[in-house]
Design a protein around this ligand. Structure first.
Ligand code: NDP
Length: 498
């Protein structure tokens, strides 16, 4: 369904006359921003502008909050089964439009279309399906006090909540927040990243088609400091679910905490990938290629610090370097491409600056290290070679700060204790990967790793029921399963004297 937007036309920056203008989705309608202003949306594969994003601000957020407040009583009182049915319809429409959405995601983000089709869009479908069905199995507790009283917990929706998501897995992470919020009976004001707004816009069209009542979900496009900040500081938005960088998360906490908003923060990572000599070598190598470079290394769960036990260090390093040299960045829209473009020019420059820093810190580039210039219409796209760096100290900046690109460092270790010390040395604690066939060691290392998620002999194997989130500066709170429904509800204890 196309609700009044013009066709997408690939145009150079400056010539914006024929470009598609995205719309906000407020009170069930696609609307222009109050300011009437738009800014450029770039296609990473070409480095060129291809559509225009509403530059929304506090006035648009106010309209969204008004619509959400008006919709809340009816939505909160709609039986969970009926809410679930509508949410399942949204899931079905995303599934119907999977191909179109995968292409849009790839174009907007630079990720290979194959990845968007296999991972991003199916996961958006699963997010809606999972929480639509989860809410029907969501039970609350009861605590009997022998024969004197009985307590029961009411789990009530919060009201109007804010959901703010990043650009790396655009529709995937946007829906991971929206789906539980809606299923639990809240009304939502959501903002996707300004860097990748397209699939959130397409989702708003699908919500209209699915018959989601007006005002239940409102999507406001714009910048972080503009629309994002207006959501965080709005007094009638009672909870904020945020995924993004640690620095942004700290700023959001500074604004929201004194207002006593409920906060869920999913932040950055600098995840270790620990490979013991007794691992299944081929499997460790295969999956390490993915955990290093999938989505151009722009997944918060990527293992960017690879620690390999000394007896297999050289063998693993050489095999990993050889495979990495075979992985070439290409046009994300090409079916065969497995490494696309990074998301923006400024992000590309940041990644390249870390590669420079690594060399200043004594690192040796074993593979990659440079920007890649493709031919023809892709010559100005933002491509970086998959890069492996050796010879860095575990505590140097390159090994401590999040790079969020196709760049990993590789280091040997001699003992389990040394590997754990290095793995736990950063201020982050999101995820960790361990490769070993030694059962006892696997459990021991998992329990000692300072991270919210540990994968043993696998990576990115996700069960949506499990707690998801980080420790230290990787975040506060857990998403996933009933954790998300708990976040998006308030618990009220009712005590009845018998
Ligand atoms: P940012 O922190 O820059 O942005 C995240 C979102 O917050 C965007 O929608 C952004 O808007 C918005 N935002 C920015 N400033 C404000 C503000 N002052 N008030 C409210 N909202 C604001 O992160 P990135 O988009 O660059 O994403 C990459 C980061 O996300 C990495 O650090 C990565 O590790 C992390 N991440 C964490 C995950 C996890 O589960 N822990 C999963 C995926 C990513 P805009 O884009 O318009 O500026």
């Amino acid at each position: 369904m196309n609700t009044g937007t013009e066709p997408v036309t690939l145009t150079r920056k400056g010539d914006t006359s024929t470009m598609e203008k995205l719309h906000n989705y407020i009170n069930g309608k696609l609307v222009a921003p109050q300011s009437g202003k738009y800014f450029d949306n770039y296609q990473p594969a070409t480095g060129k502008v291809y559509s225009l994003i509403p530059d929304s601000g506090a006035a648009d957020v106010q309209l969204a909050v008004d619509a959400a407040n008006a919709a809340f009583p009816a939505w909160a009182n709609t039986p969970a089964e009926k809410r679930a049915k509508i949410i399942m319809r949204i899931a079905a429409l995303i599934e119907r439009d999977l191909e179109r959405l995968a292409k849009a995601e790839s174009k907007d983000n630079g990720k290979p279309v194959e990845l968007a089709r296999r991972v991003d869009i199916p996961r958006a479908v699963s997010n809606f399906e999972f929480f639509a069905t989860a809410v029907m199995h969501y039970a609350s507790e009861s605590h009997a006090m022998e024969d004197s009283a009985i307590n029961y917990t009411l789990r009530q929706p919060i009201g109007v909540v804010g959901c703010i998501s990043p650009w790396n897995l655009p529709l995937y992470l946007f829906t991971w927040k929206i789906a539980p919020a809606l299923a639990a009976g809240n009304c939502v004001v959501a903002k996707p990243s300004e860097v990748t707004p397209m699939t959130a816009f397409l989702l708003s069209e699908l919500c209209i088609e699915a018959g989601l009542p007006a005002g239940v979900l409102n999507i406001v496009h714009g910048t972080g400091p503009g629309a994002g900040q207006a959501i965080v500081e709005h007094p009638e938005i009672k909870a904020i679910s945020f995924t993004g960088g640690t620095k942004t998360g700290a700023g959001i906490a500074r604004t929201a905490a004194p207002m006593f908003k409920k906060l869920s923060l999913e932040l950055g990572g600098k995840n270790p990938n620990i490979i013991f000599a007794d691992c299944d070598f081929d499997q460790a190598l295969k999956i390490t290629m993915q955990s290093s470079f999938a989505n151009q290394g722009q997944i918060c769960l990527c293992g960017s610090r690879i620690f390999v036990e000394r007896p297999i260090y050289e063998k693993f390093r050489d095999a990993f370097v050889a495979k990495t040299k075979e992985l070439k960045p290409g046009n994300p829209g090409d079916e065969k491409t497995r490494l696309g473009a990074v998301v923006s020019q400024s992000h590309m420059e940041k990644i390249l600056s870390y590669i420079d820093l690594a060399q200043q810190e004594g690192g040796k580039i074993l593979a990659g290290g440079k920007r890649v210039m493709l031919d023809g219409e892709f010559s100005e796209g933002w491509y970086i070679e998959p890069t492996i760096i050796e010879g860095l100290a575990f505590d140097c900046r390159t090994n401590q700060e999040e790079i969020f690109g196709p760049v990993v460092s590789i280091m040997p270790f001699d003992t389990e204790e040394e590997a754990l010390n290095m793995a736990n040395s950063t201020s982050y604690g999101l995820a960790a990967i361990v490769w070993t066939q030694h059962l006892t060691r696997a459990h021991r290392v998992a329990s000692k790793l300072q991270s919210g998620i540990v994968w043993i002999n696998c990576w990115l194997l996700r069960d949506l029921r499990t707690p998801f989130g980080g420790v230290k500066q990787s975040g506060v709170g857990r998403e996933g399963g009933f954790n998300a429904l708990n976040f998006f509800t308030e618990a009220k204890n009712v005590c009845i004297k018998l």
